[in-house]
Design a protein around this ligand. Structure first.
Ligand code: PTJ
Length: 235
């Protein structure tokens, strides 16, 4: 079903053709994880929710693959926080922006950022640097599902807290992000929302403690040891 969704969205011009390659790579890693949310991913989802709740200008970045696989989930997560939704594409063309915006508007989104961006992420020379001055550019916490390493690093250099969702724990994005969620975007977004509701009532100082105690490298190494134990147990 997921493959069908991605392939349909590519035919409609929402997903870029390289989005199919990215999806295939994701499938391989998901297979190794057992196609489930593993404990270190659940922990990262909890910390991501805490970071989003204490943010002043939280933004969820949406690309072609995310539109195809988790548009409803992103809309629901954005309203639970609340956060802004910004279309931010690696392979940016006016046609794709138009198609993605039309798809999301049809789902009921009223305010969508990134459609006519004027600001640029410093240190990136291609079109993927374009972002909204009221969205990603001035955000303090940005959620980037299926991101590329260069943009993730550039966002970190701007001083932002970057939450990445990436099934590949070895990717440059996974290693550069502030909070890396090694999980499928289709499971991760609803799980972050679940944590948003669980953490909503707690004190700001307790949210601060959760975020300050977070160690991304340590959690990534827990993902790696989970993976190697799982693979070893299969033979
Ligand atoms: O729509 P655009 O133009 O912004 O382009 C989006 C893609 C995904 C094509 C672009 O960002 C890209 O090329 O990304 P990469 O560098 O291929 O990285 C994508 C990462 O996402 C890889 O590490 C994959 O393992 C991972 N991934 C793929 N599918 C999923 C995933 N992670 C979480 N959930 C998935 N469903």
């Amino acid at each position: 079903m997921t493959r069908e969704q991605i392939s349909e969205a590519m035919k409609r011009g929402i997903v870029h053709e390289t989005g199919l390659i990215a999806h295939g790579r994701g499938e391989a890693f998901d297979y190794l994880l057992g196609e489930t949310t593993i404990p270190p991913a659940d922990f990262a989802e909890k910390i991501a929710a805490a970071a989003l709740l204490r943010a002043k200008n939280p933004v969820i970045s949406i690309n072609g693959n995310v539109t195809a696989l988790a548009a409803d989930e992103c809309i629901s997560l954005a309203s639970s926080i609340p956060a802004k939704l910004e279309v931010n594409l690696f392979h940016r063309t006016p046609e794709r922006i138009k198609k993605i915006a039309a798809f999301l508007h049809k789902k009921g989104i009223k305010t969508l950022y990134g459609l006519t961006p004027k600001a640029k992420i410093p240190g990136l020379d291609s079109d993927r640097a374009f972002c909204d001055s009221k969205g990603i550019f001035t955000s303090d916490v940005v959620l980037v599902p299926l991101e590329d390493g260069d943009r993730c690093e550039a966002l970190r250099r701007m001083g932002k807290t970057v939450i990445a969702i990436d099934l590949n724990p070895l990717s440059r994005t996974a290693r550069a992000a502030s909070i890396t969620i090694v999980d499928n975007v289709t499971r991760a977004i609803p799980k972050i929302e679940h944590w948003i509701y669980k953490l909503k009532g707690i004190k700001q100082s307790d949210l601060d403690i959760l975020v300050h105690k977070w160690n991304n490298t340590k959690n990534l190494s827990k993902v790696m040891s989970y993976l190697s134990k799982r693979l070893n147990s299969m033979f």
